[in-house]
Ligand binder design. Structure first.
Ligand code: C2E
Ligand code: CA
Ligand code: CA
Ligand code: CA
Length: 275
């Protein structure tokens, strides 16, 4: 920082050191105990918009004991990526998620978030294969969620890894669609199966007519390219209705369910069967 204003400089410094402290606090927590003692997974239903059936659940990282740290999943993942801990943590998440889905046993699939670092710095194909093997989960019941940053470099190795994973039977979903740079036609060459429309667009449905049109055209274009769509962060019945009208395939959000601990997710699935 330049000395444009002493106050701004001091503020910048304080903020930076607060961030560093926060970062090293998260890092030492990550290193302190086995992941099993620190973390658990929450599972959020992804629901077919027409049938109302839960087709999949997304696995999301949670502190086991929320009093230990206030760091959000996003912050944990960021520090884990910066330190390389994401390689072990990501493997842990995959194993846990596949084991849970294998126990569910009734056709519901599990979606797991993969960090670009796992593609860059580990053999992701092998890690995924091991998780399937150890859990006995059929590959078509695992969805892998990737982000646009992974595709930005247009990296041959990444493309090859994604091809292998698809051939093994997994679906690839592109997370947070619309927040990055890629166009749908660009995605076509990575042969992504599914697009998750980011909640920043869903939030504005019914509020801002332009967003209704954007979402509708994303859905139309995705479907013409052979990809299905999931809308994230669906919170109102109005959003659901407009998304259904626009031809969206699946929805995820607080309207249907928050991310739930495994046992509660099982209760939720049962309550749908009984109701
Ligand atoms: P994401 O993959 O986009 O996950 C969806 C996030 O939206 C979750 O936040 C979920 O709790 C939240 N959400 C779901 N429905 C609603 C809704 O109706 N309204 C609102 N306002 N929010 C909703 P969460 O669990 O805090 O996770 C944040 C991010 O952290 C994830 O975003 C993902 O990028 C990352 N993350 C979480 N778990 C993992 C993991 O195991 N591996 C990796 N690499 N990243 C993870
Ligand atoms: Ca996700
Ligand atoms: Ca690789
Ligand atoms: Ca997302």
């Amino acid at each position: 920082a330049k000395r444009a204003g002493g106050g701004a400089y001091a503020f910048y410094n304080e903020e930076m050191s607060a961030r560093m402290e926060h970062k090293s606090e998260i890092e030492s927590l990550l290193l302190a105990a086995p992941f099993d003692n620190q973390f658990e997974l929450a599972f959020q239903p992804i629901t077919n918009i027409n049938s109302g059936n839960v087709t999949c659940v997304e696995a999301l990282l949670r502190w086991k004991d929320e009093t230990v740290s206030s760091a959000t999943p996003q912050e944990i993942v960021k520090v884990a990526e910066e330190t390389g801990i994401i390689l072990g943590l990501g493997e842990w998440v995959l194993n846990k998620a596949c084991a849970f889905a294998a126990d569910l046993g009734d056709g519901v699939c599990v979606a797991v978030n993969l960090s670009p670092v796992q593609f860059e710095r580990s053999n992701i194909v092998e890690t995924v294969q091991d998780a399937l093997h150890q859990s006995g989960l059929p590959s078509n019941r695992l969805h892998l969620e990737i982000t646009e940053t992974l595709l930005l470099d247009d990296n041959d190795e990444v493309r090859a890894d994604l091809q292998v994973l698809r051939r093994m039977g997994m679906k690839i979903s592109l997370d947070d669609f619309g927040t990055g740079y890629s166009s749908l036609s660009y995605l076509k060459k990575f042969t992504v199966d599914q697009i998750k429309i980011d909640k920043v667009f869903v939030e504005e449905i019914g509020v801002n007519q332009d967003h209704n049109a954007i979402v509708a055209s994303i859905i139309t274009m995705a479907s013409s390219l052979g990809m299905t769509t999931v809308a994230e962060g669906v919170e109102t019945a109005e959003q659901l209705q407009i998304l259904r009208g626009a031809g969206c395939d699946e929805v995820q959000g607080y309207l249907l369910s928050k991310p739930l601990p495994g046992a509660e997710l099982i209760d939720y699935l049962r309550s749908l069967e009984d109701g």
